[in-house]
Ligand binder design. Structure first.
Ligand SMILES: Cc1ncc(COP(=O)(O)O)c(C=O)c1O
Length: 398
């Protein structure tokens, strides 16, 4: 199909929610490179928004998927599914959680986590149903998760919103304490906020939140949809903090590109769900769980997660050098390969993103002043050097 034809069809038929797509007509991809139909090549420092952790076209991953396609792609959750059982075991053995439920996306995983928290307190015979979240958070696009999200722009168009949600400033324990009422069932936080601008939680903050939850009989939910699955250099972001939530949600990198979400919980909390309380048609199907199982095996190979830490530290230090040299750069933030560069003065993150695109690099501006980097975890030093060199040139020319 010609490029013009693709654009015309898309503009005519697709709902108008991604205004102004970039002129990249994805044809194929390999490693961290995306190949466009117009012959241009792009180094991807966004990884499908944190999804393609293994990069593109990983041979081992593809072979596992092909093998699974030959066996079975989908069957219902009325039957036992071998790859699902294997993934359950791997997730539980490598985390502090005892049980897992599979969904299809991050929003859906969070939706399930919120339902589990409500059911937990309903079963206890209490009237706790409210959830407190943090400003700048992002939890999804369903009605509950958009309401949980601490950014007005996502929810304003959809009022009236479901009841039972409130938002407090992030990393502010006192504000959280003040917001707790006898109806608070859950506190939901991203250990490293993603869409809001890459803001890591402070260790003392998460420790304080855990203590508060224990004192007040509140469930702590960690949304690790973006920061989980190796992104920070640990398999799960909470492992950087030594603080365990009662429920955790995952998606994005979990399936390495095949859609899958999950939420996990400790036994006592998970036990609140009884037959009929929750379910899904697609969630946990053989193809998606086989994909996630292979992703986990690769991430758990010796050295993989350490290399994420090393690469993250390297990219950050190179960006820090730029910050030190340029008055219009404010700071770097993040953990592992989940990084942000904050720009100031006359610089615009959107403009830098556009210029990087012209030069064959994909990043994104989560805010007018924030560039976000979520490269595949297999990114190489040479790729990072090229990216930083190009950012430097663009900024110098401004
Ligand atoms: C932290 C977090 N939670 C939830 C979601 C929603 O995930 P999905 O788009 O898969 O529904 C996202 C998506 O960006 C996210 O970053």
């Amino acid at each position: 199909m010609e490029i013009e034809e693709i654009v015309e069809m898309d503009e005519k038929h697709f709902m108008n929610v991604y205004s102004g797509r970039y002129p990249l007509y994805v044809e194929k991809a390999e490693g961290i490179k995306l190949y466009s139909k117009d012959g241009k090549v792009y180094r991807d420092f966004l990884a499908g928004i944190g999804v393609n952790a293994l990069g593109y076209s990983n041979q081992r991953f593809k072979e596992a998927l092909k093998d699974q396609i030959d066996k079975i792609i989908h069957c219902s959750n009325l039957y036992y599914i071998e790859p699902q059982a294997e993934l359950e075991k791997k997730l539980c053995q490598n985390s502090c959680y005892d049980r897992v439920f599979f969904a299809n996306s991050g929003s859906e995983a969070n939706e399930g986590a919120l339902k589990l928290a409500r059911k937990y307190f309903k079963k206890k015979g209490t009237n706790k149903f409210e959830t407190i979240t943090a400003d700048k958070s992002f939890h999804g696009r369903t009605m509950s998760t958009v309401t949980a999200t601490g950014q007005d722009k996502y929810k304003k168009p959809f009022t009236p919103l479901p009841e039972g949600f409130s938002t407090v400033p992030f990393n502010d324990l006192e504000a959280l304490k003040e917001a707790v009422t006898e109806k608070t069932a859950a506190i939901m936080l991203e250990p490293v906020q993603g869409e809001g601008g890459i803001y890591p939680a402070a260790k003392e903050y998460l420790e304080g939140v855990r203590e508060l939850c224990d004192q007040e009989d509140i469930l702590l939910i960690f949304d690790e949809v973006q920061c989980g699955m190796g992104r920070t250099g640990e398999l799960f972001a909470y492992q950087n903090y030594g603080v365990e939530a009662d429920i955790i949600s995952l998606a994005k990198a979990l399936g390495g590109g095949v859609p899958i979400g999950a939420f996990m919980a400790k036994e006592e909390v998970a036990a609140a769900f009884e037959p009929g309380d929750h379910g899904t048609t697609f969630g946990g199907n053989p193809l998606a769980t086989r994909a996630a199982s292979e992703v986990m095996d690769i991430m758990l190979e010796p050295g993989f997660l350490d290399s994420v830490k090393e690469k993250g530290a390297y990219l950050r230090s190179e960006l820090d050098k730029l910050v030190a040299e340029n008055d219009n750069l404010v700071e770097t933030r993040g953990k592992g390969l989940m990084l942000a560069l904050e720009v100031g003065g006359s610089l615009s993150a959107k403009e830098i993103t556009n210029q990087l695109f012209e030069r064959g690099f994909l990043v994104n501006a989560v805010k007018e002043t924030t560039l976000r980097f979520l490269p595949p975890l297999v990114v190489e030093k040479e790729d990072m050097d090229l990216l930083v060199k190009n950012i430097e040139e663009i900024i110098r020319a401004e």
